[in-house]
Design a protein. Structure first.
Length: 59
């Protein structure tokens, strides 16, 4: 599988609880935190749900 790097670029403050938990499940906690993950269908769905908060880069 391809690797992708995700970065939290917008705050989760004043976001619905579901979006906060999705960001947490992706392994992102604070602003500008990054994580490299496999590009699976589950991860892609999570990214799509909070794409307005993230910056995604394919490696």
């Amino acid at each position: 599988m391809a690797q992708i790097q995700i970065k939290l670029v917008r705050s989760v403050i004043d976001r619905p609880e579901r979006q906060k938990r999705t960001v947490q499940a992706l392994g992102l906690g604070k602003m500008n935190s990054t994580r490299t993950v496999e590009n699976t269908s589950e991860i892609a769905g999570m990214i799509k749900a909070v794409q307005h908060l993230l910056e995604v880069t394919e490696l």
